[in-house]
Design a protein around this ligand. Structure first.
Ligand SMILES: [Zn+2]
Length: 200
């Protein structure tokens, strides 16, 4: 009986990394694509995904309980993962926009299949963004390996890489860059992102 109780207190620490209770809560903001491969071009915005998201480099949060740091993929995945492992984020968010033939619209967020903690953030992000800007919420897309039939494996490697260094990782597709009614300015984006991250 006593052994039993004692064993309860000898429980091994929980496996895996999680920084839920750490303050400041660190959020890694990853700019999608890279200098070498800049992603989709938005004609309404006059910029590629990589160019558009440079605004994140000026993004500052005043709340001392939250901290953000910007990362990019310019030196490849392994370099990014190493930097993230040093930073130890609560979550990573990789930023993109969609392209869909000019009429498609709405926000979506990608999360790895079976990854509930990431899913929660993805779900909150879609909801928050769609409500703030009155846009269609396309919801969370679950991604998995191409070999298992998941939509050509879109986003899977991105999330697989980021999850090596963080307990939560999502890939955010805010709008359709080729739909002038769907895009938003970087000022609007910054204001919403600040609100969202402070309340995460
Ligand atoms: Zn992209």
């Amino acid at each position: 009986m006593f052994e039993c109780v004692k064993n309860l207190f000898k429980k091994k620490p929980r496996q895996g990394i999680d920084y839920r209770n750490e303050r400041p809560r660190k959020i890694a903001l990853i700019i999608g694509h890279s200098e070498q491969s800049t992603g989709a071009l938005s004609r309404p915005l006059g910029s590629t995904e990589y160019e558009y998201y440079q605004f994140l480099r000026d993004f500052k949060i005043v709340n001392p309980n939250v901290q953000t740091q910007v990362f990019d993929r310019n030196k490849g995945w392994s370099s990014l993962v190493e930097k993230l492992k040093i930073y130890k984020p609560y979550a990573t968010i990789e930023f993109h926009f969609n392209i869909g033939g000019g009429r498609a619209h709405g926000v979506e967020c990608l999360s790895k299949i079976g990854d509930l903690k990431s899913y929660e953030i993805a779900d909150q992000m879609c909801l928050s963004y769609s409500q703030k800007f009155n846009k269609q919420n396309r919801g969370v897309r679950l991604v998995g390996p191409r070999s298992q039939g998941y939509n050509k494996g879109r986003g899977h490697n991105n999330l697989y890489q980021a999850r090596k260094a963080a307990p939560r990782s999502v890939l955010f597709e805010a709008f359709f860059g080729d739909n002038s009614n769907d895009v938003i300015t970087t000022d609007q984006y910054s204001m919403w992102l600040d609100y969202f991250i402070e309340n995460l």
